[in-house]
Design a protein around this ligand. Sequence first.
Ligand code: NAP
Length: 451
Amino acid sequence: MTLSVAIVGAGPAAFYTAEALLASGRVKIDVIERLPTPYGLIRAGVAPDHQSTKKVAQKFERMALANAVHFFGNVQLGRDVALAELRAIYDAVVLAIGSPRDCALGIPGEHRRGVYGSSLFVGWYNGHPDFRDLDPIVRGPTAVVIGNGNVALDVARVLVMSEAELAASDIPDYGVETLRRSGIEEVVVVGRRGPAQARFANVELRELLELDECVTLVDPADLPENTAAPIHAGDDRERRLIERNLTLFRQFSRARRDEKRKRLRFRFFRTPVAILGDEAASGLRLETMAWRDGTLVATGRFVEIACQTIITAIGYRCEAIPDLPFDPARGLIASDDGRIEPGLYVVGWAKRGPTGVISSNRPDGEVCAAQILADVTAAARPGRPGLERLLAERGIRAVSFNDWRTIDEAEVSAARAPAPRRKFTTLGEMLAVLNRRLDARDIPDKWEGTA
Ligand code: NAP
């Protein structure tokens, strides 16, 4: 008895779920993805200079090439196929759709031009088709990144990268050009709490020491020894991680501002209260915070930073899907540890919120696979042939995994060394590669509108 499972989304949460399901030997899996490209945030979220992190895609590729797995790219839930239809076709449906929307700051001026949430800005510099036309205002001398998590660090680093560093990444040409012309000399990373509360990974922080053209600075007054900041560590391991970060912050606090051409400056204990300007942003107003009796309080003192580019990196939310339970406070699909109801599941950021690294999705996948195998005891639905029939009836030409490999090869062969690939950033470009291959074989079956 082979169960048919559809996984919607093709990012890490989808592949870890597929891995756990494949281990049972009882499941056929169709991965349904709206883009022609797999891997979700590995392609469009992980920073373009972090190519070693992206290598996990090789493991996912081996999985995608297994007989029991099929990739249906270029097929969008809600547009090409409804959730109810998928549920009628498959024994179980898993939503691995991430949390694609930026949290809002909720302060005046947030909608001025020059202010971008990290989902837009990261999508833009990573060549995601939805954001390649963002055309952001990226203008120096000072840009601000709000947030003290790893996304903020990625954004800040990209903003100060040298031409050589950019050339070794897979940032699209339009991004390189915009950054080159930006005139950015300083990036200020703003945190509402202190260095001991920041959520930066130590390796990401350490990497800042290696930047070609940029020195990293911290005001010594913000270090815990100079504030009344308590260090709340859940356990010894967390305490060691915080201490390792603090060692780096102390090192940054001793750096000279003119050591290199550009500066990345951490400003802690500052809460954003307004984005200044008219139609476009001209600055950011921050309120200074201070520790009083173990609590962080607003001091009523304000500082302003003149800047025309502000990126918020303060977390993400999922969008509500009609007829599905939604937790509006947390911005995620409500579930019982991933089970929405028997036959319908959610994994990854859409389940637990935007936390953790790529491999943090593995446990979700394992839980989900166990739930499916417990809930669905008999194969009762058509599975893959049912989806293929429905797509054929609607004239929808899905992109297979081998098609994606053709796109992948074309991107890699178009790269100028030392860049690892030259990404296609529109669906038209991606599908045209496939049409050219079909032309070469003289098969008249083309993707619509791309010839
Ligand atoms: P995050 O780690 O949750 O950080 C969000 C930051 O935004 C926090 O510093 C938070 O401050 C701040 N913030 C939230 N609301 C704010 C507000 N209204 N005003 C000012 N600051 C505000 O989220 P993330 O950076 O988006 O990362 C998401 C996940 O992806 C994380 O688990 C991260 O580790 C992971 N990731 C990992 C890597 C990597 O390993 N290389 C790279 C990128 C992302 P408070 O702490 O004060 O709430």
